[in-house]
Design a protein around this ligand. Structure first.
Ligand SMILES: Nc1ncnc2c1ncn2[C@@H]1O[C@H](COP(=O)(O)OP(=O)(O)OP(=O)(O)O)[C@@H](O)[C@H]1O
Ligand SMILES: [Mg+2]
Length: 295
C-alpha cells in the first residue's frame, strides 16, 4: 500500500491476509483448487478481502453473506445472471453504495488489510486507490488532456508543465490511445468514439495510480474491435493493477480473467481459477449458467 486511506494521521495497519489463505474464507472449492499454489509464494497476495458481506436496499437484501478474497495483480471476473448483485458487490469495494440513501451494509471489506468501512476512512482517497470504469464511457466534459490531468492535479500526483505532459502521455500510451489522440489533445474527450472514450476513461483511472481497477461491463457498449482492444489492455494492466471485471460475456471472462466468481441471487455460488471454472465447474448451477442453460 503506497498511501494511507486515512487522512488525519497514521493508524495501526491490520496485517494483510495470510499469503497462503484460500480465496474464500469458508473453505469451499477454490481453497482446494488454488491454496497449494499460493503456499509460500510471496508474489501472491490478497488485495481485497470481503468477509460475510450483507447488503440491503431498504427491505430488499441484495447480498447474502459474501466471503471472498481477491488476488493482487490478477484479473477476477464476476459473472452471473442479471440482478444477482455483481454491480452491488463491485460498488462495495470503493464505497459507491454510500451514495444510495437506503442502502445498509454489514460485514467487512478490506483493502490490503485495512477496513474500508472504518469511519475515519477518507472516501475520496479510497476512490483514487480503487478506481472504477463503467459500462457507458463517461469522460469529463473537458479536453482529452484535461480528462487525464484533472485528478492527478487535485490529488497532487503531478502538477503542471512537462511533468503533467509526461503523465498524460504515459497514461494515454498505456491505454493504447496515444497514437490516435496525440494531435488532438485539446479536443473534447466526448468527441472520441465509444471505444476510444472507454480507453480514455481507463487512462484517466490509472493516472492517479490506483491499486485496484473495478470495471462494470466495460465492453458491453462497444463493437468487437473496440472490445478486443480493451481486453488487450486489461491483460497488460494486470501486471501493475488488481482488476475486477463484471461481464455477461462468458468468452470474455474466459479470455481475460485468472479467477472467476459466479453469483446467483446475491450469493457467491462458486469461485475458481478461470480454467477450472470453464472446463470443470464443481457446481451444477455454475455449469448450467456457463453453458447457457439458464440466466
Ligand atoms: N440503487 C438501488 N436501489 C434499490 N435496489 C437496487 C439498487 N441497485 C440494485 N438494486 C437491486 O439489487 C439487486 C442486485 O442488483 P445489481 O445491479 O447489483 O445486479 P447485477 O448482477 O449487477 O445485474 P446486471 O447484470 O443486470 O447489471 C437487484 O435486485 C436490483 O434490483
Ligand atoms: Mg450490473
Amino acid at each position: 500500500m503506497t498511501e494511507a486511506l486515512i487522512s488525519d494521521g497514521p493508524v495501526a495497519r491490520i496485517p494483510a491476509v495470510n499469503l497462503s489463505s484460500p480465496l474464500t474464507m469458508e473453505g469451499n472449492d477454490v481453497a482446494d483448487a488454488i491454496s497449494g499454489e499460493s503456499e509460500g509464494d510471496p508474489t501472491l497476495n490478497n488485495m481485497i478481502a470481503i468477509e460475510n458481506l450483507r447488503l440491503w436496499y431498504g427491505e430488499h437484501q441484495a447480498l447474502h453473506g459474501i466471503t471472498m478474497n481477491i488476488r493482487e495483480r490478477y484479473v477476477t471476473a464476476f459473472i452471473g445472471p442479471s440482478g444477482c448483485g455483481k454491480s452491488t458487490l463491485l460498488r462495495c469495494v470503493n464505497r459507491m453504495n454510500d451514495r444510495i440513501a437506503d442502502c445498509r451494509i454489514q460485514g467487512r471489506v478490506s483493502l490490503d488489510g485495512m477496513d474500508i468501512y472504518e469511519p475515519k476512512v477518507d472516501v475520496v482517497r479510497l476512490r483514487t486507490r480503487v478506481g472504477m470504469v463503467f459500462q457507458k464511457p463517461n469522460p469529463f466534459p473537458k479536453t482529452i488532456y484535461e480528462n487525464i490531468a484533472f485528478a492527478p492535479r487535485i490529488h497532487g500526483v503531478a502538477q503542471k508543465g512537462s511533468e503533467m505532459d509526461e503523465l498524460v502521455e504515459t497514461c494515454l500510451r498505456r491505454a493504447g490511445l496515444w497514437d490516435e489522440v496525440k494531435d488532438k489533445l485539446q479536443q473534447p474527450g466526448t468527441a472520441l468514439s465509444g471505444g476510444q472514450q472507454q480507453r480514455l476513461c481507463i487512462a484517466r483511472t490509472i493516472a492517479v495510480r490506483p491499486d485496484v481497477i473495478l470495471m462494470d461491463e466495460p465492453c458491453s457498449a462497444l463493437d468487437p474491435i473496440a472490445t478486443a482492444k480493451i481486453e488487450e489492455l486489461i491483460d497488460e494492466l494486470k501486471n501493475e493493477f488488481t482488476i475486477v471485471i463484471v461481464t455477461h460475456n462468458m468468452q470474455q471472462a474466459a479470455r481475460v480473467s485468472d479467477y472467476t466468481a459466479f453469483f446467483y441471487l446475491g450469493a457467491l455460488v462458486e469461485y475458481q481459477d478461470t480454467n477450472t471454472m470453464f472446463t470443470s465447474p464443481h457446481k451444477t448451477q455454475t455449469e448450467d449458467y456457463i453453458t447457457g442453460r439458464f440466466g
